[in-house]
Design a protein. Sequence first.
Length: 191
Amino acid sequence: MKKNRYKIIFTGPVGSGKTTAITSISDKPPISTNEAASDMTAIRKAETTVAMDYGILHLDNGDILHLYGTPGQQRFDFMWEILAEGGLGLVLLIDNRRDKPFGDLAFYLKAFHQLIDETGVVIGVTGMDIKATPTLADYQAEFAKIMANSQAKSAPTAVPIFEVDARKKRDISVMLEALLYSISTAEGNPA
Ligand SMILES: Nc1nc2c(ncn2[C@@H]2O[C@H](COP(=O)(O)OP(=O)(O)O)[C@@H](O)[C@H]2O)c(=O)[nH]1
Ligand SMILES: [Mg+2]
């Protein structure tokens, strides 16, 4: 059986759980390129990802998923387009503990609108064990609002949105399955 190789992009603000999620789900120890943070993020985290995370996941059907985490800081956003190239879909992690999670949501949906339009997106809200609001229903409503205001022609009105704890492998795999399923149904392919 021919193995298909796909690329999944994980994005979201610093601290939203990208490195943790890829570590939780990867079959091999993931590669992360870290350096001591030299900017404001140092206040948030002593060490932060500056280049990217990479992990690999072998599916039961023989397919292989390559998992890439984007660097969070905006000074690395020139890399996002390169990373997104050829991606099968996007995992957007939003940290509910942050001040303006809806601002983060709008920002990342806009930054990755091309990949989202062409493929698909699933949203994972992390940190809900620490801060329960906004709720998942609030996120769905906000997502619909952002899409209604966007210029995108093929913008989806609803996407899978989950509460996830990036430390829990099961949470991440459920979210990934939903992404793969939504992409396969959108393309009319069998899942
Ligand atoms: N309490 C809690 N902590 C989480 C959750 N998801 C991730 N974390 C923690 O948040 C911190 C930041 O995660 P990290 O993967 O480094 O974020 P990144 O900057 O997006 O790569 C880590 O200490 C994680 O263990 C969650 O759902 N709840
Ligand atoms: Mg990281």
